[in-house]
Ligand binder design. Sequence first.
Ligand SMILES: [Zn+2]
Length: 318
Amino acid sequence: MSTKAFASQADLQDKQVSFTKLSDHAYAYTAEGDPNTGVVIGDNAVMVIDTQATPAMAQDVIRRIREVTDKPIKYVVLSHYHAVRVLGASAYQPEHIIASQDTYDLIVERGEADKASEIGRFPRLFRAVETIPPGLTWPTITFTGKMTLWLGKLEVQLLQLGRGHTKGDTVIWLPQERILFSGDLVEFDATPYAGDAYFRDWPKTLDNIAALQPAKLVPGRGAALITPEHVQAGLAGTKAFIEDVRAAVEEGVRAGKDLRAVYKETYARLQPKYGRWVIFDHCMPFDVTRCYDEVTQYPDPRIWTAERDRQMWETLEG
Ligand SMILES: [Zn+2]
């Protein structure tokens, strides 16, 4: 028996939703550390950034959008491939679903495994899971590096600024208003999930975000950051966490310790600094396992399956 309930199966507390206006063109749908959705309103169309986990949950986003505009929702952008971000897409009936080619490739390679894994880890985040249509969410447009959409006079840039949370991470940037939607590359008062991450690349990618000098930033989890000081705090906190995990894991590996020992030591070292962030206990086993893999023998993240999730949890928490 595990001493801690597997992943977030014991997390049943509903969160309070906020729909925060960032400008005439940008809103943040946030929920106290649950996955966020971004909304961009152009002259003649609406773009939704990350969909929520199920069509039923996406209906609440649509309800909020309809309180502020009646323009059609034409575009859904996926910041990355994780199920909790993409499986609500069908509710919006968009003309196009846009993602980086790297994200598309990850959906092909591991979308099905990730869907089963994520639903098992965090049942509360998949409310009305039966409303998810069979199969996966498939992008209809992919890009590499940079893509610009003009929603009338509003410029919307989709940018790959480097690997981090996943191989395919995309940020959405409104240069005229200096507003950025980061997906899970940046979190605020929430623990970064790094089970599919590139620890060596992530801090540099955060520097690339900082170089844009966003005035406001919507993180993947946590409240919208609405001043440059808040943005800086979100970027710095995420970077410090990733660097602290990596430093602790590298130290353990150099000392010849096995994964379980490295996990226990890394957890103990980080808990005082980050333990108050939501989903800390959920993320740490996945994050340390991936970091240990990267430091030792796996340049690319191994695919998580529902079965591998359980085995890992038993090894580290059992
Ligand atoms: Zn994610």
